[in-house]
Design a protein around this ligand. Sequence first.
Ligand SMILES: NC(=O)c1ccc[n+]([C@@H]2O[C@H](COP(=O)([O-])OP(=O)(O)OC[C@H]3O[C@@H](n4cnc5c(N)ncnc54)[C@H](OP(=O)(O)O)[C@@H]3O)[C@@H](O)[C@H]2O)c1
Length: 262
Amino acid sequence: MELGLNGARVLVTAASRGLGAATARQFSREGARVVISSRHLEPLQETAAAIVAETGNPVFTFPADVTNPEAIQRMVRNAVDTMGGLDVLVTNAGGPPAGVFDDFDLAAWQAAFQLNVLSTISLIRECLPSLRQSKRAAVLTITSVAAKQPVQNLTLSNALRPAVVGLTKTLSLEVGSEGIRVNSILPGYTSTERITELMQARAAKNGTDIEDEIEHIAAASALKRLATPEEFANAAVFLCSPAAGFITGVALPVDGGAILSW
Ligand SMILES: NC(=O)c1ccc[n+]([C@@H]2O[C@H](COP(=O)([O-])OP(=O)(O)OC[C@H]3O[C@@H](n4cnc5c(N)ncnc54)[C@H](OP(=O)(O)O)[C@@H]3O)[C@@H](O)[C@H]2O)c1
């Protein structure tokens, strides 16, 4: 299938590693020009160099903390100037800390809201004028299965991810007539550095080994395994591509069947 992404101008945030980096790599494999962003410049540049070495297509790096609206504004301006416009925005950020309701004071709620909700709003606000100039405009918000099904000990995520999915759906209705598609992906457990670190910490705490902990979380999905970052990225890149031209407003779980509703 031809995805129609050759020469597309793509911005992926929180993309020095994990889901964001895999998504940027897959866009580049499809011939897109990509800007990747995250807080620390060095890992960002290493990731960009690795993608360019594989695909030969340009990857640009602009560091920004997505909890800082001014930094987002500067980064988006640089990205749009560098690529001469924007066709695709993929919003991503780090995850909020684990814990239950009693673990969090108001400041923790505000920080999580800034990280996962306001960052998405700021990114879309800054990018919409450029997306409106594009003939193949798409926005993808990366959220979590927690948007549809609460995950134990992830109270912040369970409460805030649904807001981003609600925004995604609403925006798809508001900008659809301008040809802009807006979708969300709800990843289930995926083998990123974050999950490896979390499982290492859990194994140390429980006196188990990392394989036991991974097997335990894998059991929650119908497929009884974790996703690879590439499996996530394949779905992300397809949804953002002209090949998915009639798909908008969806909240697509890429979760190996972990969400129990249909
Ligand atoms: N992997 C999973 O199984 C899974 C499942 C469901 C949902 N998710 C969600 O998907 C998102 C990505 O997960 P992941 O597993 O890919 O995480 P990851 O491996 O930890 O990667 C996170 C990326 O985000 C960047 N980042 C973190 N905080 C940032 C900030 N404030 N501003 C800009 N960039 C920031 C990091 O770079 P810097 O540190 O340099 O900024 C890094 O590039 C998270 O929100 C996570 O909760 C993941």
